[in-house]
Design a protein around this ligand. Sequence first.
Ligand code: ZN
Length: 63
Amino acid sequence: MPKTPRPCPICRKPRSEDFAPFCSQRCRDRDLAQWFGDGYSVAGRPALPEEIAAEVTGAHEQD
Ligand SMILES: [Zn+2]
C-alpha cells in the first residue's frame, strides 16, 4: 500500500497500481505517444497503430 500516492502525470487523477505511474491504459498510451513524436498526436485518443486500426473497424473506446 503506497503511503504517498502521486497523481497520474497525464491527467492528475489518482493513479492505478496496474498502470503506475498512470491512472489508466489510456494515459499510458498517451504518454507513450509523446515518445513517438508528433506522428500520431491526436488529442484524447490512444496512438498505437493497433488502436487506430480498431477505430477504423468501428471498435471505439470511450470513457
Ligand atoms: Zn491519467
